[in-house]
Ligand binder design. Structure first.
Ligand code: HEC
Length: 446
């Protein structure tokens, strides 16, 4: 384990890239490299890429960010949310570990700077002619993975006009009578406005994990798919697949929220299988790894409490995705790999919010690979102070399944490699651009 950097050093590191690119001239116009930052020219393209998936009519976000008129009343709030990196929701610490993902909507530092400069300058619209063409959105009624061989539907869930958020799960049988390998998979909410998130898991026949809102007990099954707005399902690379066992059930984990009118949702999971009897070369697993070695012991009012968990991989492999799992007091989670020669490498850190359960999918050429005997180290921090949205900071909190209890493990997706495959991939990466930063430690939450 590398020594922890002191928080002050981390702060300094993070502050450096913030040096503003904008300068304010005498007439009050804000400029970037000599040109005025305007909505139509500079800001609209950023919103189209990173915000409009959710911020448009009919989707989960509270307001539309499609036009200048839509955006204008929100500019101060937008500045604050992009500066704090709460929007778009992503969580990956941009200063640590791998930064190359398949599903990263986050803003580059220069884009954040642009938004701030624009808001500070009074949010000018600019020339109408500079406005980019409106973005076209995929038809959410359509299956993007092709016609599914199996569709599993969740029971109707009524979201009242006004209610607090609902976290919970439904378990539905698949009716599958033989083992089959999944080729492609997609989750599709019925009413996108009320489905804040939806994650699906395979639960084996006798583990009836009707978990009463607990998405994380030991029998929680195997992660299958995440619905994320703007994402069109997972198609596994040719020759890679995920096993769905005969008799499996599907657990749908929902976060529903109210939108001012009664809404009934029924969501679906669609699956395309490989042909019967076909066994893919690589079997993709997703499991809960790195459970804390000791039960969590988090005193009331404590600012942050660290826990550690470990998982040894007996075979070589490749980690394809990472999703931290904690409850409301979860603050930060980091994963690192301890190689057989005891060298340690930072993989990712996430600043966690219970509001968002995001699966971070590594880009193929950046996904961590490791030799046999490597240990995954999961480090979680909990904040049980009043600074955090907290059911009651006076209470001691321990491990448990209820939302008011705590957890700290990682959902990891990976597949095994043969020693030859590992070596070939390692050689192929040598000399290619380095994708890891090696300077940062796990860091303490700030
Ligand atoms: C994955 C969906 C999603 C994406 C992408 C997203 N948002 Fe949001 N946004 C939400 C939801 C849901 C809320 C309401 C809950 C909350 O406040 O966190 C919200 C809230 C906000 C708010 C607070 C509104 C208020 O009440 O003051 C702002 C501002 C905002 N988003 C701006 C943005 C901007 C700017 C982007 C792109 C850079 C963006 N969002 C991307 C889903 C999203």
């Amino acid at each position: 384990m590398p020594k922890l950097l002191r928080p002050i050093a981390l702060l300094a590191m993070c502050a450096a890239p913030l040096a503003a690119v904008a300068t304010v001239t005498v007439d009050g116009q804000t400029q970037t490299n000599g040109t005025t930052v305007t909505f139509t020219k500079d800001i609209a393209p950023i919103l189209q890429r990173s915000c409009q998936n959710c911020h448009r009519p009919g989707q989960m976000a509270p307001m539309s960010l499609l036009t200048y008129q839509d955006v204008r009343p929100w500019v101060r709030s937008i500045k604050q949310r992009v500066l704090s990196r709460e929007m778009p929701p992503w969580g990956i610490d941009p200063h640590v570990g791998i930064q190359s993902f398949k599903n990263d909507p986050s803003l580059r530092q220069d884009e954040v700077d642009k938004i701030v400069a624009w808001v500070d300058a009074g949010a000018p619209m600019g020339r109408a002619a500079d406005m980019p063409k409106p973005r076209e959105f995929d038809d959410s009624a359509k299956w993007h993975i092709g016609k599914p061989d199996l569709i599993v539907t969740s029971p109707p869930h009524t979201v009242p006009p006004e209610a607090s958020d609902w976290w919970g799960s439904y378990v539905v049988p698949t009716g599958l009578t033989e083992d089959r390998y999944i080729k492609a998979i997609e989750s599709k909410p019925g009413k996108t406005a009320v489905v804040h998130h939806l994650l699906t898991y395979a639960v084996e026949g006798d583990e009836d994990a009707d978990s009463n809102g607990d998405d994380s007990n030991a029998e929680a099954g195997e992660f299958l798919n995440e619905f994320a707005v703007g994402k069109n399902g997972d198609v596994f690379p040719e020759g890679a697949g995920r096993l769905l066992k005969a008799g499996s059930k599907i657990r749908f984990d929902f976060h529903y929220h109210a939108v001012g009118q009664e809404t009934v949702d029924q969501s679906q999971l669609g699956i395309v299988f490989y042909p019967k009897g076909y066994a893919p070369k690589h079997v993709e697993y997703s499991k809960q790894l790195g459970q804390p070695t000791e039960p969590l012991d988090i005193p009331g009012g404590s600012g942050f409490v660290r826990s550690d968990g470990y998982q040894r991989f007996n075979r070589a492999g490749k980690i394809t995705a990472f999703q931290p799992h904690m409850h409301t007091r979860g603050k930060r989670q980091c994963i690192e790999l301890i190689y057989p020669d005891n060298k340690t490498e930072q993989i990712s850190c996430v600043d966690f919010t219970f509001n968002w359960h995001i699966v971070h999918v590594y880009a193929d050429d950046a996904a961590p690979i490791y030799p046999p005997g490597t240990v995954l180290h999961v480090i979680s921090w909990h904040d049980n102070s009043a600074n955090k949205i907290n059911p009651d900071p006076r209470n001691w909190v321990g491990s448990g399944n209820r939302t008011i209890d705590e957890m700290g493990f990682a959902w990891i997706s990976w597949y095994d490699l043969t020693d030859d495959e590992y070596k070939a991939e390692l050689d192929a990466r040598k000399g290619s651009k380095k994708t890891l930063t090696t300077t940062a430690s796990p860091g303490q939450p700030q």
